[in-house]
Every structure is written in structure tokens, then in C-alpha cells.
Design a protein around this ligand. Structure first.
Ligand code: 13P
Length: 266
């Protein structure tokens, strides 16, 4: 089955509202005529509504960078799925390694533990289900740490994450979900994962989906690669059979680079 490529830009904690609007206005000119690739941008929460207004009527879709799973209540700081939907989001990233982590005591002064704030596979799964319930589609991120890769645990880590992250969806939801394989050591480091290895892990993920939801879902589901995707490595990565798109960080902040990656997916 031909899967439509999907390139999403995760802006992380970058771009003011005006900068975000300027970026999407440039993108509309550069990729406004691209119909055979799905394109989304994921600005910060505070920029969502205005950036969403700026892309209305275009082929660029809007995504949130995270969501809470509760719909309302006394949850200071949190954003409900229905609020993201209300701001115009069709997509929401859940389980990004920068929000994921292992619960435990953290010393917030230590830069090295900042990535350990966060969530478990169970909460990633709850967020994904809440996103579906609100009428959005989750982009469910997974990935191994460098220490896990070096210890030969990559496959076991990824399979373990996926079995919990993807549990309990309806078949229809599972068909629509997007998975992003983002090896943590490749994010923002310039160390892109070897394309054959990225393809192999994405194939492993597809196998888990097959075990959980059947061959038709595994065949339909889109799996993105993320981690130092740039215009000069995008063609090679996106040409691999199990890689159906990219979740792009740094290179999504420059319109020309992001447009080049989108064009590489065509
Ligand atoms: P970089 O493209 O900056 O490595 O970030 C990848 C990422 O984390 C996207 O979610």
C-alpha cells in the first residue's frame, strides 16, 4: 500500500507568535502547491491559535507539542486535548523524549536530568487516547537512549515502549495513528541514525503494530523518523521502505530547509 508521506515540524520552544506567522507565510509560498505530502507545524501552545489562523485554507496543518489527558479541572499548567482542537490542531505529539522520562527524584539544577521530567508509557498511551477522543490524531514518539543502544537494548526498549504506548486503540484509530521513531541520541546532535538502521527499527515497529492490530493496520500506519533530519539527508532517509515521513526539529525552523525536506518526500 502506498502511504502518503507526512512531514511534521516540531518547533519545540522556539519562535514568538510573529516569528511563527512569518515562518508559515514563507512556507505557504514554498510548499503551497505540494499535494502529495502531508505537512504540519507544531508551534508552542501560545502561538497555536495565531499560527493556525495564518495557515487556514492552506495545505499546512497544525499540531500541538503535547497534551494532558484530562478534559478540564484543577490542573495548573496543563492543556486539554479539546483546547488544542479548539485552537485548530489536527495533530498532537505525545511521548516526545523531551517530555518523556522516568518518574523519580530530579535535581533541577542539573542539565543532564532535565530530560527526565515527565511521563511513562502509560501516560503516553492515555494522552494518545485522549487526543483521539477529542478528534485529533496523535503522533506517538518513541526512541532509545544512547546507553540503551550501546548496551544492545534498542529493540527491546522500542518494543516495550510501543506495546504500552499503542495499547487499546480501536482498529480505526490504529490505522490513523502516526508513530515517530526518534533515537534520543540523534535529536539535536547532528548525529543522524544510519538510514538502513532507521529503516530496520521502523520495520520492527511495524511488526509490533502487526502483532497488535493486524497486517492491514501495519500496512497503513505511517512511521516517521526523527533526529537530525536535514535537507542533505532527507532523500536517503525518506527513500527507505519503512520510513513514511519525518518529525523535524531544528531544520523546521528555517522555511527553506523545511521546504527542501518536504520536497524530498515527494
Ligand atoms: P532535530 O531535528 O533538531 O534533531 O529534532 C528532532 C526532534 O526531536 C523532532 O521532534
Amino acid at each position: 500500500m502506498a502511504r502518503k508521506p507526512f512531514i511534521a515540524g516540531n518547533w519545540k520552544m522556539n519562535k514568538t507568535i510573529d516569528e511563527g506567522i512569518a515562518l508559515v507565510n514563507e512556507l505557504k509560498i514554498l510548499v503551497g502547491d505540494v499535494a502529495d505530502v502531508d505537512v504540519a507545524v507544531c508551534p508552542t501552545f501560545v502561538a497555536l491559535a495565531k499560527v493556525g489562523d495564518a495557515i487556514k485554507g492552506s495545505n499546512i496543518m497544525l499540531g500541538g507539542q503535547d497534551t494532558f489527558w484530562k478534559e478540564s479541572g484543577a490542573w495548573t499548567r496543563q492543556i486539554a486535548p479539546s483546547m488544542l482542537k479548539d485552537a485548530g490542531c489536527q495533530w498532537v505529539i505525545v511521548g516526545h523524549s523531551e517530555t518523556r522520562g522516568r518518574f523519580g527524584t530530579v535535581d533541577a539544577e542539573l542539565e543532564s536530568v532535565l530530560s527526565y521530567f515527565g511521563e511513562s508509557d502509560t501516560t503516553v498511551n492515555m494522552k494518545a487516547k485522549a487526543a483521539f477522543a477529542a478528534g485529533m490524531t496523535p503522533i506517538i514518539a518513541c526512541g532509545e537512549l544512547l546507553a540503551e543502544r550501546e548496551a544492545g537494548q534498542t529493540d527491546q526498549v522500542i518494543v516495550g515502549q510501543m506495546k504500552i504506548d499503542l495499547a487499546g486503540f480501536t482498529k480505526e484509530q490504529a490505522m490513523k495513528m502516526v508513530i515517530a521513531y526518534e533515537p534520543v541520541w540523534a535529536i539535536g546532535t547532528g548525529k543522524v541514525c544510519d538510514s538502513d538502521e532507521a529503516d530496520r527499527v521502523c520495520g520492527l515497529i511495524r511488526g509490533v503494530v502487526k502483532d497488535m492490530y493486524g497486517a492491514d493496520v501495519a500496512d497503513a500506519v505511517r512511521i516517521q523518523y526523527g533526529g537530525s533530519v536535514k535537507p542533505d539527508n532527507a532523500v536517503e532517509l525518506l527513500g527507505k521502505p519503512n520510513i513514511d515521513g519525518a518529525l523535524v526539529g531544528g531544520a523546521a525552523l528555517k522555511s527553506n530547509d523545511f521546504a527542501a525536506i518536504i520536497k524530498a518526500a515527494k
